[in-house]
Design a protein around this ligand. Structure first.
Ligand code: SAM
Length: 231
C-alpha cells in the first residue's frame, strides 16, 4: 500500500476512507495482521493493523523492510491520446520503471487537458502491483515547444519516429540521464521534427518497420531503453 506521508519505525498511520475500504472491506484484513506499506522517501515498511473501521483505521510501522529503490533517471514524454490509452501508457511506464512521466501537447495532439490526479493514481497502483518502492511523478500537461525550449543540456532525448538510426546505435555514447518522446496518432509535425533534429541532445530512433500505435510504441521504447541502458 502506498502512503503519501514519510514513514519511520514505530510511527502510527491514520488511514483514509478509501484505504480502509480496500484493506478491511476488499482484502478482509483485521486487527493484528500485517501489510507492507511504502512511501517516496524511506522505502517499504512492515506495518501492523491496530484499529479498523469503515471510515478509517490505524497502522503502526513495525520495521523497514526495504530502502527506497530509485529507478534509472528516465523520463517518458508522450502526447496524450484517448483516455483509456493514456491510462495504459501511464500504468505501463510506471511498471517499466520510468522515473517521471510527462504528458506533452504536440501540434497534432487532440487532448486539451488531462486528469493529472487520475493518472497519478494509476502510477501509484502500478507501483503497488509490481512491488516497487518508487512512484513516478506524473507532470502537468505542457506544450512540447515549451518543454524543448527549457530542455536540460545534459539530458539526452530519444524521440521515436521514422529514422535510419537503430536503437543500439542511438543509445550508445556518453552516459547520462535520458528521456523518451512518443508522438500522437498523427505523428510529429514538420516543424517539430526540424526542431528535434536540430537539438544536440536529441536522436531519432526507429522502433522497426511497422507503424505502432502510440501506446504500443511507448511500451516498445521503454523496453528497448531498459534492455540497453537499464540496470
Ligand atoms: N502517421 C504517424 C506518423 O507519421 O508518424 C504515425 C504515428 S504513430 C501511430 C504514433 C507515435 O508512435 C509516433 O509519433 C512515434 O513516436 C511512435 N511510433 C510508432 N511506430 C514507430 C516506429 N516504427 N518507429 C518509431 N516510432 C514509432
Amino acid at each position: 500500500l502506498y502512503l503519501e506521508q514519510s514513514l519511520h519505525e514505530g510511527q502510527s498511520v491514520s488511514l483514509t476512507r478509501e484505504q480502509a475500504h480496500y484493506l478491511f472491506g476488499v482484502m478482509r484484513l483485521t486487527v493484528g495482521e500485517e501489510i507492507l506499506v511504502f512511501e517516496g522517501k524511506n522505502g517499504e515498511f512492515r506495518a501492523e493493523i491496530v484499529e479498523t473501521g469503515k471510515r478509517g483505521g490505524v497502522l503502526t510501522c513495525v520495521e523497514q523492510t526495504r530502502p527506497l529503490q530509485l529507478p534509472p533517471d528516465l523520463w517518458l514524454l508522450f502526447a496524450p491520446i484517448k483516455k483509456a490509452r493514456t491510462d495504459f501508457i501511464v500504468e505501463k511506464a510506471a511498471e517499466m520503471g520510468a522515473a517521471r512521466i510527462c504528458p506533452v501537447q504536440t501540434e497534432f495532439t487532440n487532448a486539451e487537458r488531462i486528469r493529472r490526479d487520475r493518472l497519478q493514481a494509476h502510477a501509484v497502483e502500478a507501483a503497488e502491483q509490481c512491488g516497487g518502492t518508487f512512484v513516478p511523478e506524473v507532470a502537468e500537461l505542457a506544450r512540447l515547444d515549451r518543454v524543448l525550449a527549457d530542455w536540460p543540456a545534459e539530458r539526452r532525448l530519444m524521440f521515436c519516429d521514422e529514422a535510419l538510426v537503430g536503437a543500439r546505435e542511438a543509445l550508445a555514447g556518453p552516459s547520462g540521464p535520458w528521456a523518451i518522446l512518443i508522438g500522437p496518432e498523427g505523428g510529429f509535425s514538420d516543424t517539430e521534427r526540424r526542431r528535434l533534429h536540430d537539438m544536440e541532445q536529441a536522436v531519432a530512433v526507429s522502433l522497426g518497420p511497422r507503424i505502432l500505435r502510440a501506446d504500443t510504441a511507448a511500451v516498445a521504447a521503454l523496453t528497448l531503453w531498459q534492455s540497453s541502458l537499464g540496470d
